[in-house]
Structures are given as C-alpha cells and as structure tokens.
Design a protein around this ligand. Structure first.
Ligand SMILES: [Zn+2]
Length: 51
C-alpha cells in the first residue's frame, strides 16, 4: 500500500467500515502515516467538540 492509498482509506478506517489488515501493516511500515493519522484523529475530535 502506498501513502496515497493509505490516505484514501483513512476515513473508512475511522468509520469502522474497513478491513484493516493492509492499513495496519502500512502503519507499522511507514514513518509518516502514523503521525498523519494521529493529527487527523485529533482534528476530527476538535471538530466534534466545537459542534
Ligand atoms: Zn505512509
């Protein structure tokens, strides 16, 4: 899986509709994407709070 594919799957992952195996594998292999996911989750939480 590439980082672009990962980014496309992030929303599905957060909705819980994704088969996570390759997604999780990429998280363990990629230095940048765990941080990306972390930031995204935080952003979404912030949006939820402000709503
Ligand atoms: Zn990546």
């Amino acid at each position: 899986m590439t980082c672009a594919e990962f980014a496309e799957l992030v929303t599905e992952h957060l909705e819980g509709t994704l088969d996570d195996r390759e997604f999780v594998l990429h998280l363990t292999e990629c230095p940048g994407c765990p941080e990306y996911l972390d930031q995204l989750v935080r952003t979404i939480e912030l949006l939820r709070v402000s709503w």
